[in-house]
Design a protein around this ligand. Structure first.
Ligand SMILES: [Zn+2]
Length: 163
C-alpha cells in the first residue's frame, strides 16, 4: 500500500499534477505534525482541519495514539460479534405472523441497546455495564485488568467473549 502510494506520487510528480492525496495533520495526543495519506474516497475540499487532525491521530505511532487505535479495534470487533450474535437469533425466528415480527423487532432493539453499551464502555462514558436482558439472561461489558475488553453472557451457564 505504501509502495503503491509512492508510485502514485511519483506518477503525479512526473505528470506535473497537483498532489491531492497528501496533506498535513496534527496528532491530538503528542502534537506531532505529519504528512497523512488520505483514505480512498476522501474529498479534501470538504474536510475540516479537525478531520485531518483526527486522521493524523489515527496514523500517529505515539503511545497514546497506538492505545486509542487498539481500543478502536476492540470496539469494532465487539460490535461485530454482538451484531452477528443477534443476527443469528433474528434469522432463526421464522414466519411473518405478528408474534414472529414482534420478536424479531425485540431482538433487533436488544442488539442496538447492547451496541450502545459497548460504545459507552469503549468510549469511556461508563467504566462497565451489566444488563439484565431477561429473567434468565444477563450480559456484562467491561475491561479486564490486562486491558482485554470482556463481554460476559450468563444464560444457563456462562459464556465469555474477549477482544
Ligand atoms: Zn501522536
Amino acid at each position: 500500500m505504501r509502495n503503491m502510494n509512492k508510485i502514485k506520487d511519483a506518477e503525479e510528480l512526473i505528470m506535473g499534477k497537483q498532489k491531492k492525496n497528501k496533506t498535513t495533520g496534527t496528532c491530538k495526543h503528542c502534537g506531532q505534525q505529519m504528512i497523512i495519506h488520505l483514505p480512498d474516497g476522501w474529498d479534501p475540499e470538504n474536510k475540516t482541519q479537525d478531520e485531518y487532525d483526527q486522521l493524523a491521530t489515527e496514523q500517529c505511532e505515539c503511545a497514546q495514539a497506538m492505545k486509542e487505535a487498539e481500543n478502536a479495534k476492540k470496539k469494532a470487533a465487539a460490535i461485530k460479534r454482538m451484531t452477528e450474535y443477534y443476527d443469528k437469533i433474528i434469522a432463526g425466528i421464522k414466519g411473518q405472523d405478528p408474534e414472529a415480527v414482534k420478536e424479531r423487532l425485540l431482538f433487533d432493539r436488544r442488539c442496538t441497546f447492547m451496541i450502545g453499551a459497548i460504545q459507552g464502555v469503549t468510549d469511556n462514558v461508563v467504566s462497565a455495564a451489566a444488563i439484565q436482558i431477561s429473567k434468565s439472561e444477563m450480559m456484562s461489558i467491561g475491561y479486564k485488568a490486562n486491558g482485554d475488553l470482556q463481554i460476559k453472557r450468563v444464560y444457563k451457564g456462562s459464556e465469555e467473549w474477549l477482544f
